[in-house]
Design a protein around this ligand. Structure first.
Ligand code: HAM
Length: 420
């Protein structure tokens, strides 16, 4: 992506916006064909929405990654660090549980996390988010994963492999966390600071540490998958069976734990090569129970979010980024003062059919042709006193140099012609 990281966020320059538009329109197509409908939640919410959802051991909380401020009435507001909480808040507030299930919702927009900035990690970034609410079985988990896979594939990312894991049911998690505490507490002093904190709040998250010492310590321990209860195990097998049947490549990821606390059972991520250490393009999982904690009726749910900047970076690496916008069909070159107004007026008329640009001041022919070339135009059309008298424009095809005179009334048809 030809954008620059500035203070932890991105300027998306005009050269890069075609890629953004394509990502959005492909999402509309792929998700729309599966009946997923767009929802546009607000960018900030009352802070309690996030306090009730992301969980006390989430990095967002522990590492104070949320942007919070008080409004003039003294209420705490938070810029969304993710979409799930806000989408579920809207689902509850608008009684969407009465709609036919699963209720399928997608969103696109910015999210904010006060993180240490590096490649693929920004303080303002964008997500495409998808939630499927109201269906408990593994079929809908597999559908969520398939939609993400199909979307990334439709964009042109080759060789995608889904990392599929399970964090178990709440009682499995509790038992596994107790096991980890017992195993790791005696060796606590060997853990990194972050992992010591995680051991206290949610031991499972130690598995997610990038620290090599931590990794060595946990290498021989049982994984969450080794200790799944029967129900969670059957659920995971069910998801895997659908993915097998649909030919979606996945690898079981026994130690996959996500950075947010609300997950139950299915958890998954998709990673890409060649985009640096922040290689997760997307992640998600099942979060039964979360709608209740936001004040709604018992509602199972599963969803995912993809990082727009990371996906665009991966597309660039794969040579699959779309071409820049095409230039104008014609660039009008006024060769005297009167023609400046004529060019602007003709441009307005032609723009009902085609992309037209023009010089805003009088130009010598050579300079005008260079301007047309820089704009990426197919044709340049020149107008001076001679052309005015004859009621024509001199139309030059820039690639071949072919030139002819075209009556003003025939310009629209002439510039639409693409010579062989
Ligand atoms: P997440 O794994 O925190 O999940 O974020 C999803 C994706 O957003 C990541 O895989 C990554 O591509 C991108 N991302 C996250 N943080 C940053 C950042 N600082 N800079 C750039 N990209 C970033 C969620 O947000 C969950 N709400 C997903 C979900 C939806 N689960 C269920 N429903």
């Amino acid at each position: 992506m030809r954008s620059r990281a500035v203070k932890g966020t991105y300027d998306v320059l005009p050269e890069s916006t075609p890629a953004w538009r394509r990502l959005r329109s492909t999402t509309e197509t792929v998700l729309g064909r599966a009946g997923v409908r767009e929802i546009v939640p607000p960018i900030f919410e009352y802070s309690e929405i996030f306090d009730k959802s992301v969980g006390p051991s989430a990095d967002l909380v522990v590492q104070k990654e949320m942007y919070r401020f008080e409004d003039r009435g003294g209420r705490s507001l938070t810029l969304r660090p993710e979409f799930t909480a806000g989408v579920l808040r809207a689902y509850v507030e608008h009684g969407m549980h009465t709609r036919p299930t699963p209720v399928k919702l997608w969103s696109f927009g910015p999210a904010f996390r006060a993180e240490n900035v590096q490649r693929g990690r920004f303080r303002q970034f964008h997500q495409i988010n998808c939630e499927l609410l109201g269906a408990p079985g593994p079929l809908v988990d597999a559908e969520a994963i398939a939609l993400l896979h199909d979307l990334l594939q439709a964009l042109g990312l080759p060789d995608l492999v889904v990392a599929l894991g399970s964090v178990g049911d709440p009682e499995d998690r509790e038992a596994y966390n107790a096991y980890l505490r017992e195993a790791l507490e005696p060796r606590e002093h060997e853990l990194s600071d972050t992992s010591r904190e995680r051991l206290r709040l949610n031991p499972m998250r130690v598995l997610d540490s990038k620290d090599e010492g931590d990794q060595r310590l946990v290498a021989d321990l049982d994984t969450p998958l080794d200790r799944l209860g029967d129900a969670a195990r059957a659920h995971l097998d069910g998801v895997a069976a659908f993915l097998d049947a649909w030919g979606i490549a996945y690898e079981l990821a026994p130690s996959l734990v996500r950075g947010l606390d609300y997950y139950r059972r299915t958890a998954f991520e998709i990673h890409a090569q060649g985009i640096g250490a922040q290689s997760a393009l997307a992640g998600g999982g099942r979060y039964d129970g979360l709608v209740e904690s936001l004040g709604g009726p018992p509602t199972p749910g599963i969803g995912w979010a993809l990082g727009v900047e990371r996906v665009l970076d991966a597309l660039q690496e794969a040579g699959a980024a779309p071409a820049a916008d095409a230039g104008p069909a014609v660039f009008l070159v006024p060769m005297d003062a009167v023609a400046v107004g004529e060019a602007a007026a003709l441009a307005r008329r032609l723009r009902t059919d085609v992309h037209v640009e023009h010089a805003y001041t009088e130009r010598k022919p050579g300079k005008g042709l260079r301007d047309a070339d820089r704009a990426g135009a197919r044709y340049a059309a020149l107008r001076g006193a001679r052309e005015r008298e004859a009621g024509v424009w001199t139309l030059k095809h820039l690639a071949s140099g072919d030139q002819r005179e075209i009556p003003e009334a025939a310009m629209s048809a002439a510039v639409l012609e693409v010579p062989a």
